[in-house]
Design a protein around this ligand. Structure first.
Ligand code: NAP
Length: 477
């Protein structure tokens, strides 16, 4: 079994045990993995103080030097890939091959921002008056609070830490209570590359509301970056207003997966398998609503069912498994509720059966005959459920796709070039996959609109959320 990281808070470069601890369990069988320090308010305050003390020194370091440390951290992650992946599967449940992919994806944010640390460029602006020089420089916002969810415990954190450290910010991270070990393993690697004490602090906690509230409310915190549910994101934004802290929010989604009449159906099915089933459907960019032109709906559905039937459900650590358990009982209950509602309102089960609620292993289910009144059409399913509705034509498909308060990602399958542009531009979301079921990559700006949040992570824009522009007007003659 994979070696565990220290199971305490990581504050000012030291592992700090707390008197209270909470259990981290394997979602597959509830086996105890570790008892982790439940950071109390004093530990959270100490972490914020450490981040505030380390900030001036970290900010002064040349960007390329900060970048070199991030590059080393990426390398350490890749060298420890197997151990980190097993740890992730144990606490999150996802298939081991997906955990390996996540470790690589997570490390790629450190590599990417290692480069960006060298390119935090400013500007020189032509002045309208003679004798004046107008320049703009970037300055780090300050100590940042990072709050992350359980579904991608490495990547959601490295996407933030990479950008923050590259910009010159120090951080205090509060990982999800279900998956703190992945974050602690990252802190352990950060120690080995010589990131200075106080630059990275991790405060695991059993009660996210209490710990997250304490952390985000601290006066020294100048930036809050949150990934999680829309509901909590709204609370954090409201609270941040009291002190005008900068806020970025990566929130929930309700992605439409549109297949138009001229789509390459085999490509659409392959894309659907990735977009739907990654992490057992527990992804913010999971395809939630399949909207298929009526003329190709039968062909698409038949082929999709054939692919779905081949998925292997089981314990994530078993090498052949594609679909691990859902993360907790509440997630199983939610999927069960959504399915009962849909079937009760007339949805037709084409493959699989609703979970009995006795195990967290939920086999994939394909449903047709969906109507917009069904709860699974309006809410994030976060499970291996395919819900298919037909569309009359392109305009109907766009109207259906946009009929949601969310706007993270949309998927579109069509072989017509003009249509690809027209429909992608009409879709109300921060990202669009055109004949592509996986859009996430460190080079591109990830983020949503509407109730899916604000701010962008990854790409050259990722630094923006952690930096202030300072304009300097200088009289030079
Ligand atoms: P969540 O309940 O909002 O929790 C996310 C994080 O916030 C956890 O660390 C949680 O701690 C903490 N938290 C809970 N209540 C808080 C409060 N009142 N103040 C401060 N922090 C608080 O979300 P989740 O169920 O873990 O994650 C799933 C959601 O995340 C889905 O909606 C998914 O779409 C979204 N997500 C979005 C993206 C994106 O990039 N847009 C990526 C991944 C996931 P505890 O663990 O202790 O509750």
């Amino acid at each position: 079994m994979s070696e565990l990281p220290p199971c305490d808070a990581f504050v000012d470069g030291r592992w700090v045990p707390g008197s209270q601890r909470f259990s981290v369990k394997d979602p597959f069988d509830d086996a105890l993995i570790a008892e982790v320090t439940d950071s109390d308010d004093a530990m959270i305050d100490a972490a914020v103080d450490a981040a505030a003390r380390a900030f001036p020194g970290w900010k002064r370091r040349p960007g390329p030097e900060r970048g070199r440390l991030l590059a080393q951290l990426a390398q350490r992650m890749l060298s420890a890939e197997r151990r980190l992946a097993e740890l992730c599967t144990r606490e999150n449940g996802k298939a081991l091959k997906e955990s390996i992919a996540e470790v690589r994806y997570a490390a790629s944010f450190f590599s990417w921002f290692a480069g960006e640390a060298e390119r935090t460029y400013g500007e020189t602006i032509p002045a309208s008056q003679p004798g004046q020089r107008l320049t703009v420089i970037r300055e780090p916002v300050g100590p940042a609070a990072l709050i992350t969810p359980w579904n991608f415990p490495y990547a959601m954190l490295t996407r933030k830490i990479g950008a923050a450290l590259a910009a010159g910010c120090t951080i205090v991270a509060k990982p999800a209570a279900l998956t703190p070990l992945s974050a602690l393993a990252l802190a352990q690697l950060a120690e080995t590359v010589g990131i200075p004490p106080g630059v990275i602090n991790i405060v695991p906690a059993a009660d996210g509301g209490r710990a997250g509230g304490r952390l985000c409310g601290a006066a020294a915190i100048r930036k809050i970056s949150f990934t999680g549910s829309t509901q909590v994101g709204m609370v954090l934004m409201r609270n941040a207003a009291a002190d005008l802290k900068r806020v970025s929010l990566e929130l929930g989604g309700n992605a439409p997966f549109v297949v138009l009449a001229d789509a390459d159906i085999d490509a659409a099915v392959s894309g659907a398998m990735v977009a739907k089933f990654r992490n057992t459907g527990q992804s913010c960019v999971a395809a939630n609503r399949f909207i298929v032109d009526a003329s190709v709906a039968d062909t698409f559905t038949t082929k999709l069912c054939a692919s779905v039937a081949r998925l292997v459900v089981g314990r994530g650590l078993d090498p052949d498994v594609d679909i691990g358990p859902l993360v907790d009982d509440a997630s199983v209950a939610k999927v069960k509720r959504l399915l009962e509602d849909a079937i009760g309102r007339g949805a037709k089960v084409l493959l699989g059966a609703p979970p009995d609620g006795k195990t967290r292993l939920v086999a994939p289910i394909v449903l047709a005959g969906i109507t917009p009144q069904m709860q699974l059409w309006r809410e994030e399913i976060f499970g291996p459920v395919v819900a298919i509705r037909t569309a009359a034509d392109e305009a109907d498909a766009i109207a259906q796709a946009n009929d949601t308060e969310f706007g993270l990602v949309s998927y579109l399958y069509t072989q017509n070039g003009a249509r690809q542009i027209r429909v992608a531009e009409a879709m109300e979301s921060g990202m669009v996959g055109v004949n592509e079921g996986l859009v996430s990559t460190p080079q591109a700006p990830f983020g949503g609109i509407k109730h899916s949040g604000m701010g962008r992570e990854g790409s050259r824009h990722g630094i923006d959320d952690y930096s202030n522009l300072k304009y300097i007007a200088t009289r030079i003659g």
